[in-house]
Design a protein around this ligand. Structure first.
Ligand code: UDP
Ligand code: MG
Length: 309
């Protein structure tokens, strides 16, 4: 018998816990046929509703159900990491509890693992059912980060991924505090097969991602996987030095040739405002990296466990 660890991060998802289990178990025949035992690890990310209780009830019926409960909300990325740490399976799959990652895709994913791929990833080809403004900014973000980073971040990639033990161990070797999982999956390399599916709307409850949270997430992703903004900041510095140099020469020549009187106050204000803006912007970029470095050197744990079985 081989074990397949199913990692399911949950944050206030009490109504989805059992529903997910039932949907997953519709593949029971497939698992049996492949000699696979399913180990289901629910990671309760500091939920304030009855998520942990729902998992406990489920675990009484099926001993293959496990729970890792955090002391507070640490975020989905921490949940995925905790789940991988706990997993014992030869194969590991990470999926959302809201059934936006269809369990019916598992047999096809498994086929590719058997063909020798180290991981089978999924991406949704449409953003149907999502607010248009959100899709727009999401697209811009992927364009931007891929232009800046050497690590490929696939547009529409979900965290629904079937992996071999070797692949999971590689990820566990990256104990960084600022976890941008989409980038980490790609950074480790190995052979990945991409499967595509149409976007599915979440089963019950509401998305935990507000627009603001997504924006912060996007900045985190950029800071975690590219230092290009730092290069842009220094490039702007050089550019403005050159401009300033030209301006100095123009001003001196104008003074000598035309004996320029004390005009030019408006242009001075514009120049000072522009340059201070650019300076603050660049300082902000440095600040972003510095703050991430600060969090990283503190070596705080990625998550804290309240309950585990
Ligand atoms: N999630 C989590 N911690 C959080 C936010 C979300 O563990 O702080 C889980 C959530 O329960 C779900 C998955 O991550 O299983 C995806 O979240 P959601 O469906 O809200 O995001 P979306 O699918 O809208 O991107
Ligand atoms: Mg979802």
């Amino acid at each position: 018998m081989r074990t397949l660890s199913v990692i399911v991060p949950c944050y206030n998802e009490e109504e989805n816990v059992r529903y997910f289990y039932d949907e997953l178990m519709k593949n029971a025949d497939f698992f049996a046929g492949k000699d696979l035992v399913c180990e289901i690890i629910y990671v309760d990310d500091g939920s304030s509703d009855g998520t942990a209780e729902a998992v406990r009830t489920l675990a009484k019926e099926d001993p293959h159900v496990h729970l890792v409960s955090f002391s507070r909300n640490f975020g989905k990325e921490a949940g995925l990491y905790a789940g991988m740490k706990k997993s014992t399976g030869e194969f590991v799959v990470t999926m959302d509890v809201d059934l936006q990652d269809p369990p019916s895709l598992l047999p096809e994913m498994f086929k590719y693992i058997e063909e020798g791929y180290d991981s089978v990833a999924t991406r949704r080809v449409s953003r149907k059912g999502e607010p248009p403004i959100r899709s727009f900014f999401a697209r811009r973000f992927y364009r931007l980060i891929n232009r800046m980073s050497k690590t490929e971040i696939v547009d529409g990639a979900r965290d629904y991924r079937l992996m071999t033990r070797q692949f999971v161990n590689a990820i566990l070797e990256m104990p960084e505090y600022n976890r941008f999982t989409k980038g980490i999956f790609s950074w480790v390399g190995y052979e990945t097969k991409w499967l595509e599916f149409e976007n599915i709307e979440r089963a019950k409850g509401e998305t935990k991602w507000s627009f603001w949270k997504l924006f912060i997430y996007a900045i985190d992703g950029i800071v975690a996987f590219t230092t290009a903004p730092l290069a842009i900041a220094s490039f702007m510095g050089v550019l403005f030095c050159v401009l300033a140099f030209i301006l100095i020469i123009v001003t001196i020549v104008r003074k000598l040739v035309f004996g320029d009187p004390t005009s030019g106050w408006p242009s001075l204000v514009c120049i000072i405002s522009l340059i201070s803006g650019v300076q603050l912007f660049c300082l902000g970029i440095i600040g972003q990296y510095l703050s991430k470095t600060y969090m990283e050197v503190k070596k705080r744990p990625i998550y804290l466990i309240r309950e585990e079985f």
